[in-house]
Write a protein that binds this ligand. Sequence first.
Ligand SMILES: [Zn+2]
Length: 275
Amino acid sequence: MGSEIGFRTLVLALEAVRWNPRGPALVLLAPEVEGRVRGGVATVAGAVQAAMAGATWLTPAFTFRTMVYPRVGPADNGVVYLAAQAGNARAVFFRPDLPADPEWGAFPEIVRRLPGAQRTEHPVLSFVVVGPQAEAAVATQSLLDPWGPMRWLEAEGGDVVLIGADPTRNVAIHYVEAMAGRKTFTRWALMDRRVVELPGFPGCRRGFGAAAPILEPATRRVHLDDWAIQGLPMERMVQILLAFLQRDPMALLCDDPLCLLCHAVRQHVLYGARP
Ligand SMILES: [Zn+2]
């Protein structure tokens, strides 16, 4: 069954959901969309390029397979160290051309190969950036500051654009969590022939769906079949979610009783940092 959604429809929808059409944008694509557009992910990527022409835009190119775990490490860190050892043997070193994880579908790989695309250098949480301000955006991220590109997006009056993606894919919310003082984690990855420590690592996104109702006044949406393209102004999104997390420090956590990350955040809210 062929979809009626094609290039032109996508471009119009992407333009319609923008709050600041000339400003930068974080583009977050659910891989499920790839099969629901005529021409697949190549059409989506072409439409994003056309709709964002002249603006700078970025998308996650995360690579969790670079991660390794020590046998012992900090307490309350959302990980069972011994159980995590088994994955170490499969870990790979980060390099700028390491393909992004399949979690985000084929889109990040297409973007990474666009002429002029640049990639930030966090071994797990890298972004690929396209457009005139790519160099400036890339410079904002460091191992100590994984969400620098989100701060940059906010300062530049940018938008978050969700293509078939629900809030659990909105990685910009991790930036708000960090601003709100939510507990972060320490992780490790293979990079530059060594193991690098990654402070300020985010927790779990599975509870981010609770952000949808309160973000509704700041959401522009175009429905396409049974999915949608949505746009949010980053600055307003940050204000709304920061106030939300300040009112309820346990908001946006998931309800999986086995989630070590959300459990650690709850413990931290209740009891603070243990000595
Ligand atoms: Zn969780």
